[in-house]
Design a protein around this ligand. Sequence first.
Ligand code: CA
Length: 247
Amino acid sequence: MTDPKVKSVTGTMRALGHGNRKILIVEDEKNIVEAVKYNLDKEGFRTLTADDGVKGMELARQELPDVILLDWMLPELDGLEVCRLLKQAEETRHIPIIMLTVKSEETDKVLGLEMGADDYVTKPFSPRELVARIRVAIRRASASSKAEVFQIDELRVDWSKYLVTVKGKAAELTSKEFELLRILIEANGRALSRKALLEKVWGYKNPRELQTRTVDFHISQLRKKLDEVANRILTLKKTGYRFVIDE
Ligand code: CA
């Protein structure tokens, strides 16, 4: 029996050909621009580049790229300010922004999140990691652009608005917690290993054993915020996690 309250979300899963995806690189360090551009071109992305914040803003508005890679420290207008302005404007706010930064302190990350950045890559980064992060950002953006709502018990998720409510009250999820919930729900009752979650949610390739703690930590945060719906996320010993939707 299918619970009428449960809306299938499998429609949001689709293969990603990224042949025509446009990536804007806003970075003033020429060697980084060249390395990133080389790797993205090789992967079949289209690339645009800007070497200061003002040019970056202009290109973003004109070209409406699929993802923006945004350096933190930029001439003319710094990356945080560019991020803030793009996330304020109606026509550019949906574009995922991945900050490229040498700063890795937690306070900087919090500051970036407040400005609306979607993800971070700390320099020096591997091209493979960057490509994986870009894919995650594109997938998340394409999934959330479809107006769909998932509802079960007292949990309601509005994918397009990034809005999660439990008993009508907003659960303030971070972007990673939201993505984690989305991946779990989209698995349609199947179990996902910690490694699979690290790959899908964080974009890690071949995650190390230690990093699986990251998943456990985020799951525990997510459970707290889901309140009484938390028991739908099952921990499977030595396997991973499963979101129960069929009972
Ligand atoms: Ca710079």
